[in-house]
Design a protein around this ligand. Structure first.
Ligand code: NDP
Length: 325
């Protein structure tokens, strides 16, 4: 079968398309015929080797996939079931979705809701599923649109685009923070009521700023996340998903102890199954399919490496679906 394999090299790692022997797939009790995967930011890091995502070499890349069960020793799944898999160490410690087949533990799989195709599932991908976990975390914290506006950083990216769609659907007034103000129309179409220039939040700010938003979804980290928290309304919360600006968090405790601000960490990789199922059911219910199509581009398997470089350069808007031959 065709696979995209990442190998260790003297200078780090390298990725290439290879013919891979199916019998060499890692242990698991369900084998899935993969039909679609995606290119997430983390795939960009793994394929280019910019960050040490891959922890076991050789590795098949792809942090998520959708497809059809081919064989199963797990009573919960039968051949023909349509499934999605996100995280669980795919492309880090376990072979991922950039191959014609994947063998995984049945516990890692979520059955696709009837109304979502495999292509839809990967248009959502780990980015959309993570955005859903973030919105659910804000809601569990008790926040509602009546508390004030919501802010979304990295808005034209994958997590950001889905966060805007889901927050808008739930009735929030959304501010979209972006470095690509030329994408303002796209962001408004997804649900942004206001556009904020990325530069306004990306430098060191005051420990406690003007109260601007009640909730936030952040894909960026570093000073941006610190500023988001510093400008939260009393009792507000930010769901921290990513590190596109940096892994650091140069923040003050002031918003936490003076305004009761909360920082909610989002880990999509080892998220418990019940919450995953809730997230996918929510996506099936709430996602506007026309908007989903408008944020999605589909590429052939052969273009994955180019797309991995592009996503790190910040030139990809929304989501990229990969068709696996
Ligand atoms: P994308 O590349 O699609 O989106 C990231 C966006 O961040 C860009 O589109 C850009 O938005 C913005 N951005 C890029 N560089 C910078 C910078 N230097 N400063 C400020 N903003 C910047 O990636 P994804 O949406 O797939 O992932 C976003 C982040 O979330 C990544 O760090 C990823 O690793 C993380 N992630 C975490 C998960 C988890 O489980 N916690 C799961 C999925 C993703 P714009 O052009 O609008 O400014």
């Amino acid at each position: 079968m065709k696979a995209l394999r990442i190998d260790k090299t003297d200078s780090g790692s390298s990725a290439a398309f290879v013919d891979f022997y199916e019998g060499a797939l890692m242990p698991g009790n369900v084998t899935v015929r993969v039909s679609h995967s995606t290119v997430n930011y983390k795939d960009g890091l793994a394929i280019t080797g910019r960050n040490p995502v891959v922890r076991h070499f050789p590795m098949i890349g792809g942090i998520d996939f959708a497809g059809t069960v081919e064989t199963s020793d797990d009573a919960a799944f039968a051949p023909g079931d349509r499934v999605v898999c996100n995280g669980w160490g795919l492309s880090e410690t376990h072979f991922g979705g950039y191959a014609e087949k994947a063998r995984v533990k049945g516990d890692w799989l979520v059955r696709l809701p009837d109304s979502l195709s495999e292509h839809d599932a990967m248009a959502v991908g780990t980015a959309g599923y993570t955005a859903t976990l973030a919105v659910m975390a804000l809601e569990r914290h008790g926040l509602t649109p009546a508390d004030g506006p919501a802010v979304v950083t990295g808005a034209a990216g994958g997590v950001g685009s889905f966060s805007l769609m889901l927050l808008k659907k739930a009735g929030w007034h959304c501010l979209a923070v972006t470095g690509r103000t030329a994408e303002a129309d796209y962001l408004r179409d997804l649900g942004a009521a206001e556009i904020v220039e990325r530069a306004e939040l990306s430098e060191r700010g005051k420990p406690l700023g003007k109260e601007r938003w009640a909730a936030g979804v952040d894909s960026v980290g570093s000073f941006t996340l610190a500023n988001l928290v510093a400008q939260l309304r009393r009792g507000g919360a930010v769901a921290a998903c990513g590190l596109a600006q940096g892994m650091d968090l140069p923040a003050s405790v002031a918003p936490f102890i003076l305004r009761g601000a909360a920082l909610l960490g989002i880990d999509s990789v080892y998220c418990p199954r019940a919450r995953r199922e809730e997230a996918w059911a929510r996506l099936a219910r709430d996602l506007d399919r026309d908007k989903l199509a408008s944020v999605t581009r589909t590429i052939p398997f052969a273009e994955v490496i180019d797309a991995a470089h592009a996503i790190l350069e910040g030139t990809i808007r929304g989501r990229v679906v990969v068709t696996i031959p």
